[in-house]
Write a protein that binds this ligand. Structure first.
Ligand code: SF4
Ligand code: SF4
Length: 253
């Protein structure tokens, strides 16, 4: 008997696409509307992945675009996106009854298909966050890291660490964003904030602090305190003026 596991395509569409889209889309009967996107300068950071963890490798579907290099045992799946059917190549791990992915080594927790790991694995630790009036994007630890299970000894917690921004960390995040852009194009999403996000990282604008893409008339005149605290030199009394100064890409439609 086969087992159904968490679907990584849903994670990619519902969390990643919805964070970066510039236009509404419909997936699994639900509409996703674009929102302003808060880019934290923490997006320039990197992360480590030491041996003997594998805590972020539970059993979920391993998904690829047609044409992407894959491990063995993938087959076609169809997803309805807007009014179109989209093909994805997946290993659904239907016979895996263990707690962890079939490709995580039980010896040292290394991914045995690392060069061809799926996007949903590759994209970590870029973490979107959906808020009521905006989405946010940063490199950050897993939200429930304490609840993830080590693949080698069954203990709880993760071993990764966040590292300071470097040219390498930025290049790796840009590579992941370009991979996400290919997914978005394959699904016909088309217009996203990904070019502007890449520009924010590669141009060095991140060094001046967070920005909000597509905000213009769409964000509150007074920035929430959590944002104000992250913008160097931004005082409460000047929040309105500085809010508009944060909008580097007002072409949002
Ligand atoms: S939880 Fe962190 S350290 Fe552990 S396998 Fe995942 S990325 Fe690596
Ligand atoms: S494919 Fe690799 S990175 Fe992804 S869950 Fe499996 S072992 Fe972890």
């Amino acid at each position: 008997m086969s087992v159904n596991h968490s679907d990584s395509v849903e994670k990619i569409v519902e969390r990643y696409f919805s964070a970066v889209t510039k236009k509404p889309f419909k997936f699994k009967g639900k509409w996703y509307e674009p929102k302003p996107l808060f880019l934290s300068n923490q997006l320039a950071r990197g992360s480590t992945c030491p041996l003997n963890c594998g805590a972020c490798c539970p059993v979920f579907t391993l998904d690829y675009l047609p044409g992407e290099e894959t491990p063995e045992d993938v087959s076609d799946r169809q997803f309805k996106f807007n009014d179109n059917w989209v093909t994805v190549r997946s290993n659904e791990q239907p016979l895996n009854r263990t707690s962890h992915c079939c490709y995580v080594s039980r010896e040292d927790a290394r991914c045995q298909v690392h060069p061809v790991r799926p996007l949903s694995c590759d994209f970590e630790l870029i973490r979107p966050r959906a808020c009521k009036e905006r989405n946010e994007l940063r490199v950050a630890m897993f939200g429930r890291a304490w609840n993830l299970t080590n693949a080698v000894d069954g203990s709880k917690g993760t071993r990764c660490k966040i590292t300071d921004p470097t040219d390498e960390s930025i290049a790796d995040t840009v590579r992941k964003l370009n991979r996400l852009r290919k997914w978005a194009n394959h699904f016909g999403l088309g217009r996203t904030w990904i070019p502007e996000i890449i520009d924010y990282l590669q141009s060095g604008k991140w060094k001046s602090g967070p920005i909000i893409l597509g905000a213009n008339n769409n964000i509150p005149a007074i920035l929430p305190k959590t944002i104000r605290n992250q913008v160097p030199g931004l005082m409460d009394k000047s929040a309105h003026r500085n809010a508009s100064e944060l909008v580097l890409f007002p072409e949002y439609q």
